[in-house]
Design a protein around this ligand. Structure first.
Ligand code: 15L
Length: 273
């Protein structure tokens, strides 16, 4: 939790989807500092609301439930959906149909800004010796990355046609600590996640912007030069973990695609049949 909120701007009602997921749980604890009411949702029951919360159960593939979920909210932080490589069917339901239902509900309910949890796996088949930016062509490393690329394109369409703004966050690896040498480049602390989400919610004008979600790491594969208008300033860095991580993982086998590509382990996951 930040000792001082990242912004003094307050929303009346924010919606957080996927509130029981790994990052959803972090943001559930942090977003009340920025709104009068935080509406939290998940496909399964979240239990009783905390102070300042409204709890709603909604599966992303349930169109009617999604329409009700978006009623009366100022902005959405969309963390819901499938967040790992999985068989096609759950990805289709959560990330393709679910994303469509979310944007349709936003259009019908007049919601004007969505913060979309995209992923670095949209570009996971770039190599670890390449530095890319948000305008390089997508190279998904699986069906999960492909579904996130769909979500980003959907966001672009809903901005161009209906003026609904989105910041697509190509989140790297947001965990308490970087687990391996790949994550020295991809890691984002939970405090920086909060800074990134709040900057994306409060930047005056974003259209459809894409930004990689990472801390201020010395090693980096991503250049956020097209997202400076968002005003995200990471304050953490994976560097303080480097010694311990390198001691644990001295040798890297470059014949292994997991070590060669930015998507790491995702590039060899599946198929699942
Ligand atoms: C993701 O998109 C996943 O949601 C997360 O669990 C991590 O695996 C992360 O990417 C990563 O690339 O480390």
């Amino acid at each position: 939790m930040l000792s001082k909120p990242a912004s003094t701007i307050r929303f009346k009602r924010l919606l957080l989807t996927g509130a029981a997921g790994n990052l959803g749980r972090e943001l559930r604890a942090r977003l009340p500092a920025y709104c009068d009411v935080l509406r939290v949702s998940h496909r399964s029951d979240l239990g009783a609301p905390n102070a300042g919360e409204e709890v709603m159960t909604a599966a992303l593939e349930d169109k009617d439930a999604m329409l009700a979920l978006l009623e009366g909210v100022d902005a959405v932080v969309h963390m819901g959906g499938v967040s790992t490589e999985q068989p096609w069917e759950p990805i289709l339901a959560g990330n393709i149909i679910g994303a469509y239902n979310l944007y349709e509900a936003a259009r019908k309910q007049g919601v004007k800004r969505i913060i979309f949890a995209s992923s670095n796996h949209v570009t996971g088949f770039y190599r670890q010796d390449e530095v890319i930016d948000a305008r390089d062509p997508v190279r998904p490393d699986g069906f999960y990355g492909l579904s996130k690329a769909f979500g980003e394109n959907l966001a672009q369409l809903y901005f161009d046609r209906w003026g609904i703004e989105t910041v697509s966050l190509r989140i790297g690896s947001s965990f308490p600590e970087p687990a391996d040498r790949r994550m020295l480049a991809t890691w984002m602390s939970f405090d920086d996640l909060e800074r990134l989400v709040v900057a994306s919610l409060t930047a005056p004008i974003v259209g459809h912007s894409i930004i990689y979600g990472m801390s201020d790491n010395a090693t980096t594969w991503w250049d956020n030069k097209y997202a400076r208008h968002i005003g995200y300033r990471p304050r953490d860095s994976s560097d303080r973990f480097r010694e311990a991580v390198e001691a644990r993982q001295q040798h890297i086998d470059l014949d292994d695609p997991v070590a060669r590509y930015q998507g790491g382990g995702f590039v060899t996951k599946g198929p699942f049949d």
